[in-house]
Design a protein around this ligand. Structure first.
Ligand SMILES: [Fe+2]
Ligand SMILES: [Fe+2]
Length: 409
């Protein structure tokens, strides 16, 4: 089969990407297209773009809603291999028979076709040709893959000329094919800045709103080191958590940072990381959670629903290298609260209840209060928790009783 690959940051995926894919199919040079959102991007270091899981899931939503009839699939490969996501590395990993066969099969491609020998085409805009030699290991890229170059009327690139140039530069004739597109011209950076979503699929606009993306700089106040950790942990968490919980936990990290900016700037880095990791153990199996919880706090947490909080502290220290006792406590007590909570613990507790994708109740009042009076917001949340327990006839955890006394008196 001819497999087209479209790589990019997709922050966000927009209608320009959509028209590239449609154009590639129209050219009949590809049988399937694999969209690969970048993981650890070599070109956009730091926190210039959204953490990888947001972009991966947003792209999945877009592709799921826009390409119902064409075989377009999204690959998480740049989140599953370690190291910087250079195109050459991604191509090497993606084209390994074990990977590509499993990937295509799991996406429902006919087994006969899966087993064929595949030819790869990197799908790109024509401007890329003019500076392609600056890519990391460009010759090696062109030995693994052909290029499928989109030509837009009036884009000012003489593709034939560029192919000749690359041929003489590399000493062999690369397989470069072209196709025409009309479609929408859009730039992700413009969309992020303007927050005008007319050029993104509806599913993407919904995703952006649900997770409050592109609302100012979410990492303002955090150090570069903390941001780097956040981005790396976000990729690592992909191994531990499914879509909703992973996005929830990233949202909690970002909202915790926002509260830290308001209440104590010195807590910014720690709030970001504690919030991000607070639910890291929630999808481990119950026995594992129970053992880890016991290891940290003995019999203090026995109920299934809350095991993941002490277990999370153990996982955060064991697998993510967290040693800061304040961060570990914020993770341990995020479900129950406790008497005498630190500001960091309160921040994570509250952010967990109020992060933007939470829709279990109308939280507008709590959200308003949270940015002006953290204790008042906590009181509101605790009151509704108390009501919930009472209506279900459930026993309140002794730590929560202490927390309630503390906060309500
Ligand atoms: Fe939790
Ligand atoms: Fe949570």
């Amino acid at each position: 089969m001819n497999i087209g690959i479209l790589g990019g940051a997709f922050d966000p995926f927009h209608k320009g990407h959509e028209s590239l894919i449609k154009g590639a199919f129209k050219s009949k040079l590809v049988d399937v297209v694999i969209v690969v959102p970048s993981g650890r991007s070599p070109f956009k270091p730091g926190h210039m773009i959204s953490p990888a899981p947001y972009r991966y899931y947003m792209t999945k939503e877009a592709v799921g809603s826009d390409f119902k009839d064409e075989p377009v699939f999204v690959s998480d490969i740049e989140m599953t291999y370690s190291g910087t996501s250079f195109t050459i590395n991604t191509l090497r990993e993606l084209s390994k028979p074990t990977y590509i066969r499993t990937f295509l099969e799991s996406n429902g491609v006919d087994l006969k076709r899966v087993k064929e020998n595949h030819k790869y085409y990197w799908i790109t805009g024509s401007d890329v040709l003019t500076s392609f030699e600056k890519w990391h290991e460009p010759e090696k890229i062109l030995k693994i893959t052909g290029m499928l170059v989109a030509s837009r009327p009036g884009d000012g690139v003489d593709i034939k000329e560029q192919v000749k140039r690359l041929e003489s530069l590399f000493g062999f004739k690369p397989d470069i094919q072209t196709f025409d597109i009309k479609g929408v011209e859009a730039a992700s950076s413009d969309i992020r800045i303007s927050r005008d979503y007319k050029n993104v699929p509806d599913s993407v606009a919904d995703f952006i709103r649900t997770h409050a993306l592109y609302e100012g700089d979410p990492f303002e106040g955090a150090s570069d080191e903390a941001c780097e950790c956040f981005y790396e942990y976000a990729i690592k968490l992909y191994r531990y958590l499914g879509q909703n919980r992973l996005l929830h936990t990233l949202n909690v990290g970002i909202l915790s940072l926002k509260y830290a900016r308001i209440y104590d700037k010195n807590l910014c880095d720690r709030a970001l990381i504690a919030g991000e990791l607070h639910d890291c153990a929630k999808e481990l199996d119950e026995e594992q959670q129970r053992d880890m919880a016991y290891e940290l706090v003995g019999d203090l947490f026995t109920e299934k629903k809350i095991l993941h909080s002490p277990a999370g502290a153990v996982l955060a220290s064991r697998e993510f290298g967290i040693t800061d006792p304040g961060i570990l406590d914020a993770i341990t007590y995020h479900t129950t609260g406790r008497g005498g909570m630190t500001l960091l613990e309160k921040i994570v507790y509250l952010a967990d209840k109020l992060e933007p994708s939470r829709t279990y109740a109308d939280l507008s009042k709590e959200r308003e209060l949270a940015v002006t009076d953290i204790d008042a917001a906590l009181r509101m949340c605790v009151k509704s928790t108390k009501k919930k327990f009472e209506s279900r006839g459930q026993k309140v955890h002794p730590l929560t009783v202490d927390f309630m006394k503390d906060i309500l008196l």
